[in-house]
Write a protein that binds this ligand. Sequence first.
Ligand code: F6R
Length: 616
Amino acid sequence: MCGIVGYLGNREAYPIVISGLQRLEYRGYDSAGIVLNNDNETNLYKAKGKVATLKKIAENKNTKGKLGLGHTRWATHGIPNDINSHPHFSNSGNLVIVHNGIIENYNTIKKELSARGYTFNSDTDTEVLINLIEEVKLKNNCKLGKAVQLALTNVVGAYAIAVFDIQKPDEIIVARLGSPIAIGIGEDNKEFFVASDASPFIEYTKDAVYLDEEELAIIKLGKNIRIRKIQDDSFVEPNIQELKLNLEQIEKGGFDHFMLKEIHEQPNAILDTYRGRLLADKGIIKMGSVDNHIAKFLNAKRIVIVACGTSWHAGLVAEYLFEDLARIPVEVEYASEFRYRNPIINKDDIVIAISQSGETADTLAAIKLAKSKGAFVFGVCNVVGSSIARETDTGAYTHAGPEIGVASTKAFTTQITVLALMALKLGNLKGELSNSEHYNFIQEMSLIPSKVEDLLKINTEIEKIAAIYKDAPNCLYLGRGYNFPVALEGALKLKEISYIHAEGYPAAEMKHGPIALIDESMPVVVIATKKGHYEKVVSNIQEIKSRNGKIIAIVTKGDTVVKEIADHVIEIPETEEAFTPLLTTIPLQLLSYHIAVMRGCNVDQPRNLAKSVTVE
Ligand code: F6R
């Protein structure tokens, strides 16, 4: 978590760094800071709170300087306050750092440095790291790049850092292990940008280098970037990529919040996900990364899915898809549990890692573990060039476009889309789905974007329901089969953005405990689509009604039975049962969104959360 932005060139750094930090606030937003260097003067401004607070503080101060580093924080070591905010200086006041990640052995290093006379103002691991760099630099009488490299060989943990020496304001050193860092290159190396992702500099340059794990880059004005491997000191040729991102994609485009924009982007996002893969007229599914390893997939004895949060919910939907359509056994694991429990992985297993950001620390560690046990790992990621995309053996991008709202929306539906394509393709090749069944599924999938588009028209209807339940202290979500994971996802969306306690359950499990919670003040959202255990779910609804619970039911268009019993019904268009999660999710996203807005919550940046969880 945490966002880093840096600028070195011939423009004023302040506006670039500040607006860059605002774009990276999704990564953390409990405090922010900026350091600016102007000839011989260096100014530091830091503040608890959002970048807007920092901006207010810096506004009337000296913000001149062609070199700047900024940081937006998600606290790990030390509470969010002004002192713990980055940037941090070394004891001499010469070296300055911004850091994203955790230095696990910081306490040991701190003790050693303290014994040598170093003092510390903050509680952060970052201040320890910059002093370690200083100590190494002085001891070895070496250049900053070398000192950073040597210091990092003594560090256990994860980092993306940017460092400069106020005595040499034509150079920034950046390095990464476990947290992302991108470098934007201006024309003729006259200016450089550094950031946790490329969004802070897309209007300035399209040329970018993404550092790989354990790489360090020396960025010097007027020179080509030099990249070294931290551990073995070898040089790496910079891989300059052309950025495909544009400004429009990272702006709100007339919506009040990124989350609402991203909910509405789903028809196009799903279309973009299957574009070039789902060839409806030919009735085929083309996926290079699956086709190139088809024997592995067809011979797989088992698929193990690893993911966290919403991506884990998409994995649960995939369990139904792969087992139902392709008859491949699936296990879905929380990456954070999988990585620590010595899992049994066989060589015929395929591990699928799902991650929007491609940077989630636990998922990345689970991948590394699975690979070390000889597994073939397939990634489903949204962010191109992300750590997980690079660490997996192969994979498929979701092509959902940047997701900036902290609560995942389009990432979820596009992950399901990719996984559904894979399940359909494998089901057909394995002979579990006849050609005509396969063909029909493909035709139906091609209609999903327009069905989602239709569904989005219920926005006002959902707003009315939200107004009724916005003050509920608890909420229960129930679903069965394909829609059990959707119930979990609906509950997660509500709790994370509105802070209402919510739980998702398989509908039949209600009798085994949660039914005790039901009374007249308890809203229960039930997914009761026509296909898939419909009658059973209707019985569950009756059970809730007889205990005076309030029912918000998601039903298939034209349903009359549930309409009679439920307090509110939200209709979704008819589709294949396997594709219902792509539709039933939409009203649940909107319901959470409206409730959160009505409760005055910060929908795009809920408290205590960050978009990409790069710490354990
Ligand atoms: C919930 C949410 C999180 C993420 C989780 C995994 O709305 O966004 O639960 O799904 O942190 O993140 P990725 O998919 O980036 O690995």
